[in-house]
Design a protein around this ligand. Structure first.
Ligand code: ATP
Ligand code: MG
Length: 408
């Protein structure tokens, strides 16, 4: 798929913008702080409901404004879909697909697909587990959009269960509180196991794509492999765990089975084992919210062992593998590939190899402060971004510029 048209209103530093995008490579050039990342962030947000810069959506709304609007016209092989998203400071967000209101905002997931690679992605390789969980969970939802609901259900149950554990800790565990806890455990195990199984399934499907993406970028024979470390495994009671669960010495063990029933059984057993600790701490100690992925490179984990360049290649390979996976697993085909500020960080060899790989994608958006960093073969459709305005550059794009000006 590709995005034919993007409209923004009061999004980040844009008052309004109307951008006619082309299939193939679209290059967004402009000095620092002008709105290049903001623009691609809008596309990422409307396709995943997540940003690579902030957790919430409030910073996306233009300063002193109450509402931001992002509208994308996506062109799929056989149809066009108009997705509209309204972000409100004070009231619930709203969304529409082809002009009909979506009952839930998350119903828009799956209509516009994109994969973003940005320097922040180095965090997936180098930093704490929450970065890796975010990576895998975003991909799970893109491949199977109904999982957005499963994650929301799991989060809700987790929150309510934690509240109950906290109250039980303060007031002492009584009979009724314990039976309510048992009821929450059922839902926690059911949603949680579905998530654990989906992650394992997805990692298995990602594996061949990750292998070939890494080989193409790094030209190395170290094999990248993803292992899942799970809080459901083993019988150690996690007394040493911090409440964030983001400790390297976490005592977690690898989980191999992707069988849902087997995972549920493990989860139930583990919950029973940690119940006293949970009562003591007032927090849910085991589940997918505590799990981690170990990104292996050859025989060693990338985190703590891989070189800076290897870590970069790994992060990039994760995103390129995601593209390849979405191409084969979803009906939309190629997602939009976004490369935010990436080329400046690569050496000449890797620039050329990346350029060759991205040329195969149906649509690519590349941001750069200077066009000199971009390999020649990627320069065709160019937009100049200055202080929240986007103008098409070059003779072959003058029609786009007029259209954009006319729409504004
Ligand atoms: N909610 C907002 N309201 C108004 N302005 C905002 C908002 N959020 C961000 N900005 C402004 O947007 C600008 C940053 O834009 P952006 O990150 O897109 O820059 P960029 O063109 O990608 O620059 P660089 O080349 O440095 O990456 C900053 O000047 C910031 O103050
Ligand atoms: Mg930027």
């Amino acid at each position: 798929m590709f995005i034919r048209h993007l409209s923004l209103a009061n999004f980040r530093n844009y008052a309004t913008a109307e951008i006619e995008l082309k299939p193939g490579v679209n290059l967004l050039v402009g000095p620092n702080g002008q709105g290049k990342t903001n623009l691609v962030e809008a596309i990422r947000y409307i396709s995943t409901l997540a940003s690579h810069r902030v957790a919430g959506y409030q910073p996306l709304i233009r300063k002193d404004q109450g509402q931001a609007i992002v509208r994308a016209l996506a062109s799929h092989q056989d149809r066009e879909v108009l997705v509209e998203l309204e972000l409100n400071r004070e009231s619930p967000n709203k969304a529409r697909v082809n002009k009909s209101p979506s009952p839930k905002v998350r119903d828009i997931l799956g209509f516009v697909n994109s994969v973003t690679f940005a320097p922040e992605d180095l965090d997936i390789v180098k930093r704490d587990p929450s970065n890796r969980r975010a990576f895998i969970d975003e991909l799970v939802v893109q491949v199977w959009p109904r999982f957005a609901g499963v994650y929301a259900d799991f989060e809700r149950v987790l929150k309510q269960r934690n509240t109950l554990l906290k109250t039980a800790r303060q007031t002492g565990a009584k009979g009724s509180a314990l039976s309510t806890l048992d009821a929450w455990d059922q839902s926690l195990v059911s949603y949680g196991s579905e998530i654990v199984a989906a992650r394992i399934d997805l990692i298995e499907r990602l594996r061949p794509h990750l292998f070939s993406a890494y080989q193409s970028i790094a030209i190395a024979n170290n094999e990248p492999r993803i292992l899942v470390k799970s809080s459901l495994m083993g019988d150690a009671v996690p007394s040493a765990w911090s409440s964030a669960g983001d400790d390297d010495e976490d005592g977690l063990e690898y989980i191999e089975t992707g069988d849902r029933a087997a995972i549920e059984a493990m989860y139930r057993t583990k919950l029973a084992a940690v119940r006293p600790k949970e009562m003591e701490r007032g927090i849910t100690l085991v589940g997918p919210h505590r799990d981690d992925l170990v990104l292996m490179l050859g025989d060693l984990p990338a985190k703590g062992y891989a070189s800076h360049g290897e870590s970069w290649s790994y992060a990039l390979a994760l995103r390129l593998a995601s593209i390849a996976l979405l191409r084969t697993e979803t009906r939309s085909g190629d997602p939009v590939l976004i490369l935010d500020d990436v080329f400046a960080e690569l050496d000449a060899g890797r620039r050329e190899r990346l350029a060759q790989m991205v040329l195969e994608n149906e649509q690519v958006l590349i941001t750069a402060a200077v066009a000199d960093d971009i390999p020649e073969k990627l320069i065709s459709t160019v937009f100049l971004v200055t202080a929240g305005t986007v103008v098409a550059a070059g003779a072959e794009n003058s029609a786009g510029a007029e259209k954009a000006a006319g729409d504004a």
